[in-house]
Design a protein around this ligand. Structure first.
Ligand code: PRP
Ligand code: URA
Length: 213
């Protein structure tokens, strides 16, 4: 895969460790859900070190008053791509508890592998916020591209996209379609198989999170 300015790949032993367990087919639904949340929190800490709106407040310590920077309330919106993106929401909320949540429902057509949008509900005023789109799997990149485009069409200007596992072709597709959007992935796997699944990947993230298979 080419080097893209807007693609940030995490290379952290703790994240690698957790992803190894996530991939394992013997990992239970409960453990899978917990790991997705934990990895998301680690990714959020790093991904949101830039671009988070802050404001200055005065704090009175026991000794004197000083000016301090704090995260602006209600400045971030988390947008999970349903279903699997839901598994990442709490992982962001741990660090940004006041973040509102918008939902975009997308399902890949199994033949064409292109996404169908079946649901969209976003908080009022989202266009002024920092929008963090989350989906654990970035495969062909179709869902991510369409979700980001939908948000741009609604007027959103500050968008970040976070996925746990990406395929090289999908990461490239999103990076090229949306050069103004930073894409954070914990790891980029080898390739996609003929059904659009990431190899080695972890299987179907939605099914493993919600126990549907
Ligand atoms: C999965 C995944 C992404 C999408 C990625 O969702 O959660 O949204 O596939 O594939 P893409 O990059 O090729 O678009 P899926 O359509 O299986 O729906 P689900 O989350 O409801 O299981
Ligand atoms: N969606 C998943 O859940 N897993 C993949 O490998 C590809 C798309």
């Amino acid at each position: 895969m080419k080097n893209y300015q807007n693609v940030i790949i995490f290379d952290h032993p703790l994240i690698r460790h957790k992803i190894a367990i996530l991939r394992d087919e013997r990992t239970s639904m409960k453990e899978f859900r917990e790991l997705v949340e934990e990895i998301t929190t680690l990714m959020t800490y790093e991904s949101l070190k830039e671009g988070v709106p802050t404001t200055e407040i005065e704090v009175k310590t026991p000794l004197e008053t000083c000016k301090q920077q704090v995260v602006k309330d209600n400045s971030i919106v988390i947008v999970p791509i349903l279903r699997a993106g839901l598994g990442m929401v709490n992982g962001v909320h741990v660090l940004f508890p006041s973040a509102k949540v918008g939902h975009i429902g997308m399902c890949r057509n199994e033949e064409t592998l292109e996404p169908d949008t079946y649901y969209c509900k976003l908080p009022d005023g989202i266009e002024e916020k920092l929008v963090v789109v989350v989906d654990p799997m970035l495969a062909t990149g179709g869902s991510a591209c369409d979700a980001i485009q939908l948000l741009k069409d609604k007027g959103c200007k500050h968008i970040k996209f976070m996925a746990i596992i990406g395929a090289p072709e999908g990461v490239s597709r999103v990076a090229e379609a949306h050069p103004d959007v930073n894409i954070y992935v914990s790891t980029v796997d080898r390739c996609l198989n003929e059904h659009g699944y990431i190899l080695p990947g972890l299987g179907d993230a939605g099914d493993r999170l919600f126990g549907t298979k």
